[in-house]
Design a protein around this ligand. Structure first.
Ligand code: MEV
Length: 336
């Protein structure tokens, strides 16, 4: 498409609305940053983005959930200067889109989540995925899911330095995925219902800080950490089979093993441990932290019979149980 054709592409008034789901790491966090596999599922809590094209070459952003009001920046300045934390993922997504496609004009975006960005469900990545999907729709680029993933993941790496991209893949493709760093493998796992209970610790983990912390610890014992990542990858592979067979007993044992390795990496916390032990004592098949660690959420795999008592135990240990459905649809256009 020529520059003039791009310029003449009609600027629409009606915003395009896109949504993408949050995610929950099942097994493999941290190791997946270092070229290993993980298992991730999506949750029925969605990020929603309304976007519309504007004549001026600006990004205008409203993201009340993250404290961003009337943020405005020239398209040519995107990715540069001071960027508020609540805007950075969307800004880099828009930056990479315009860098790739050189369209005339700009974009006005507002984001809204149906969940708290404090849970660690990947609200920033989901917002970035929605932004790229909306841009693709508004500028008629027709990006494939893989292209949306690639553009978004590029931004996440530019922001965080080291990141696996599993959250971007979950928001893009949806369902439950077997995923290898950077999208080397993105394989859907067909499993209808994963019997999980999710407990929130009450405080937010900072992923970038915790990834750096693990990297720093690994400097002193590189072989030890590398072996831990290898063990985590092995258990993720066995867990993939167990998940496909709905073998919850085996999956529970692997979840417990994974928690042990995460403790070894140094990303456990007293609060998480209390919630995890409470769930196990109440009869869960297995329980572990989910995500970067220290805060955010823990998961417990439970039978129908034990669900109520596990929920009670996690609550009594100080956790807030969040009612969720898993394996939901990935990014979708809600309104063109
Ligand atoms: C954070 O939710 C999961 C980590 O593995 C980071 C990443 O995969 O990018 C710690």
């Amino acid at each position: 498409m020529s520059f003039l054709e791009r310029r003449n592409n009609q600027v629409k008034d009606r915003p395009c609305v896109v949504s993408a789901p949050g995610k929950l790491m099942l097994l493999g966090e941290h190791a997946v940053v270092y070229n290993r596999a993980c298992l991730v599922t999506t949750v029925d809590q969605r990020m929603q983005v309304a976007a519309k094209r504007i004549e001026q070459q600006f990004l205008k952003l409203e993201a009340k959930d993250t404290g961003i009001y009337a943020y405005k920046k020239k398209i040519t300045r995107l990715g540069k200067g001071r960027i508020p934390k609540g805007a950075v993922f969307v800004e880099f997504a828009v930056y990479n889109f315009f860098k790739n496609y050189e369209f005339y004009g700009g974009i006005e975006i507002s984001t809204k989540a149906t969940f708290s960005c404090r849970y660690g469900f990947g609200s920033s990545s989901a917002a970035a995925v929605c932004a790229i999907a909306a841009l693709s729709e508004l500028f008629k680029v027709n990006l494939s899911l893989r292209e949306i993933f690639n553009l978004c993941y590029k931004g996440v790496v530019e922001i965080q330095g080291k990141a696996s991209g599993f959250d971007v893949a979950a928001a893009t493709f949806g369902g439950t995925l077997y995923f290898v760093t950077g999208g080397q493998t993105i394989e859907p796992i067909r499993v209808e219902k994963i019997p999980l209970v999710v407990g929130y610790t009450g405080f937010k983990a900072d992923t970038a800080t915790l990834v750096k912390l693990v990297a720093k610890k690994a400097l002193k014992f590189p072989v030890v950490f590398d072996n831990i990542y290898n063990q985590i990858e092995k258990l993720v592979q066995i867990a993939r089979e167990a998940l496909l067979k709905r073998d919850w007993v085996t999956l529970g044992q692997l979840i417990d093993l994974n928690q042990g390795y995460l403790e070894a990496l140094g990303v456990g916390s007293e609060k998480l441990a209390r919630m995890i032990y409470a769930a196990r004592t109440a009869g869960a098949y297995g329980a572990k932290l989910s995500g970067a660690g220290v805060g955010d959420c823990m998961i417990a795999l439970v039978s129908d019979q034990k669900r109520k008592v596990v929920i009670k135990a996690i609550t009594e240990a100080g956790g807030k149980v969040i009612d969720l459905k898993f394996g939901v649809e990935g990014v979708r256009i809600e309104r063109k």
